[in-house]
Design a protein around this ligand. Structure first.
Ligand SMILES: CC(C)(COP(=O)(O)OP(=O)(O)OC[C@H]1O[C@@H](n2cnc3c(N)ncnc32)[C@H](O)[C@@H]1OP(=O)(O)O)[C@@H](O)C(=O)NCCC(=O)NCCS
Length: 192
């Protein structure tokens, strides 16, 4: 189940499905995450993970809920999590979210995890991802609306929910563009 995956900057990470035994490592990775990355991921200024959340995030059924973790072979720290949770009302759709440790941003890890997650999701019959992306301002909201079916879910925070079809293999331009917008917004985000 554990695979070495090469990313764009030439380094390698180890990717595998999450397990309940990752609880402490996940909490530690969350503690290291910047305010901006936490906000972009959870759309709120989350300052800690409760035990119930850690359990929910690590004890998954690997079918309706899958999470893949990447660890740095040198430090053995968790450096990324890519997760999907199948929608209740539509078994072919799943909400997807990717989080990369701040000191790994911009090195290709998010893209690599998107590929891994899309592959796992297809294996479990998911054909469509939904994602919540922090849009921040009207220009970004417009960009997201041009990327695919979208709706504003929280105008105060500029959060947009967007839908993207999974291609039969790999990832589409639409998904890559979504990840780029999320990466840009993580860097630009300044809470009022
Ligand atoms: C979004 C996130 C996962 C991206 O991870 P990453 O490892 O930095 O992503 P990559 O290095 O693979 O880059 C993805 C794309 O964004 C671009 N990008 C990366 N950082 C960027 C920045 N600061 N400004 C503009 N573009 C950027 C890359 O060039 C790449 O685009 P390309 O495919 O056209 O080359 C990361 O920023 C993150 O964890 N953010 C907080 C949580 C979040 O917002 N998750 C997504 C919503 S659930």
């Amino acid at each position: 189940m554990l695979r070495r995956v090469g990313i764009r900057d030439g380094t390698e990470v180890e990717v595998r499905p999450i397990a309940p035994s990752d609880a402490d490592a996940l909490r530690a990775a969350f503690e290291r995450l910047s305010f901006e990355s936490r906000y972009a991921r959870f759309l709120s200024p989350m300052d800690h993970m409760s035990n119930a959340m850690v359990r929910y995030f690590t004890d998954v059924d690997h079918h309706d809920h899958e999470a893949l973790v990447a660890s740095d072979p040198e430090t053995e720290r968790l450096v990324a999590v890519a997760r999907y949770v199948r929608e209740d009302h539509d078994p072919e759709a799943a909400e997807a979210a990717i989080t990369v440790a701040d000191d790994w941003h911009g090195r290709g890890l998010g893209t690599a995890m998107l590929h891994e997650l899309a592959q796992r999701a297809r294996e479990e019959g998911v054909t469509r991802f939904t994602a919540y992306v922090l849009a921040g301002n009207e220009d970004m909201i417009d960009i997201l609306f041009r990327l695919g079916p979208a709706k504003v879910v929280d105008r105060a925070n500029g959060a947009v929910q967007i839908e993207a079809e999974l291609p039969p293999a790999g990832v589409s331009d639409q998904l890559r563009n979504l990840l780029r917008v999320a990466a840009e917004m993580t860097k630009r985000f300044r809470p009022d």
